[in-house]
Design a protein around this ligand. Structure first.
Ligand code: 2NE
Length: 273
């Protein structure tokens, strides 16, 4: 399989997806998301694969969410959709591709480990949130950006996040858009383990060995049963995706995006109702 924006490797029972846009802090485009979807489907159907790793290229970032430089009024540009034709998955809006990716991470009947090597911000944070397990570098930073940049990732990004960290903390994370260290993430239940950056791969490999030594059917059944309790969140997520696509068509949303790109504070006052 050939990819442009991810690196996909399979070895020793692992399928490893590396978001390969380090020059953009691994912000995703539609093509990135579609390639991740294709890789996950391959990992699902490959009998030699028992565990999936998701990470980001370079040392600075896991993923910082949607690529704001290709966002315009109405959403992320159609320019990228020509490239998407190469995946054969059509040109759905970015928010829909993101939702499909989250759903696939949850439903693939194999454990998915997020190996968070730096920034996990916005839609990038939510990718790791829905993974089964998260191992973070001590240099990682976590947070949401939506209300600052004119976006929101509700559903799994809110209701499921709240199950991990609690309602108050989840609201704080979204409303204030602050960043949290890996140690803070560990103490709030957002990640499983924190290790020094030079031990990150080693720790994830150990975790993969431990998972691959277990019964695959037992793990699949456990994963599915853990999901059952939160599967209804998909309905909220899909509703929120419809709302997000409409929001992307507003001046209010563009003020957030433009302020970020112009490196200034957004002025949302005129949009208060
Ligand atoms: C990521 C963060 C916290 C990093 O801050 P800092 O201070 O370390 O770096 P800086 O200078 O802000 O960013 C470095 C370069 O990366 C680019 C910046 O524009 C900057 O470029 P240059 O000035 O060097 O040319 N960059 C950072 N994030 C980017 C992004 N997402 N897209 C394109 N370029 C990006 C800080 O940069 C930050 O808060 N970034 C914004 C994160 C963000 O807005 N994410 C999207 C949220 S919405 C979303 O993820 C989403 C969606 O839109 C739809 C569905 C689902 C999810």
């Amino acid at each position: 399989m050939e990819f442009n924006e991810i690196i996909y490797q399979k070895y020793n029972g692992r399928a490893k997806i590396t978001i390969n846009r380090a020059q953009k802090l691994n912000a995703f485009t539609n093509l990135t998301l579609q390639e991740m979807i294709k890789a996950l489907v391959d990992a699902w159907t490959d009998k030699n694969t028992g565990v999936v790793i998701i990470t980001g290229a370079g040392e600075k970032s896991f993923c910082v969410g949607g690529d704001q430089s290709i966002r315009e009024k109405g959403g992320y540009t159609a320019a990228a959709s020509r490239e998407e034709e190469s995946t054969g998955l059509g040109n759905l809006p970015l928010a829909n591709n993101h939702g499909l990716l989250l759903q696939l991470i949850r439903t693939i009947p194999k454990p998915v480990i997020a190996m968070v090597n730096g920034y996990a911000i916005g839609g990038g944070n939510i990718i790791h949130v829905v993974c089964d397990l998260t191992v973070a570098s001590s240099t990682a930073k976590f947070g949401q950006a939506g209300p600052r940049v004119g976006s929101f990732d509700a559903g799994f990004g809110t209701a499921y996040l709240a199950r991990l960290v609690g309602e108050k903390k989840a609201r704080e994370i979204w409303y204030l858009c602050e960043q949290y260290t890996a140690e803070e993430a560990l103490s709030m239940g957002l990640v499983n383990r924190v290790v020094p950056p030079d031990k990150l791969s080693e720790e994830v490999e150990k975790m993969c060995d431990a998972l691959l030594a277990k019964s695959p059917t037992s793990l699949a059944a456990l994963k599915t049963s853990f999901n059952a309790d939160s599967d209804a969140i998909l309905g909220i997520h899909n509703m929120a995706t419809i709302a997000l696509n409409m929001y992307y068509d507003t001046d209010e949303s563009m003020e957030g995006r433009n302020a970020f790109m112009e490196k200034r504070q957004p002025d949302f006052a005129k949009f208060r109702k």
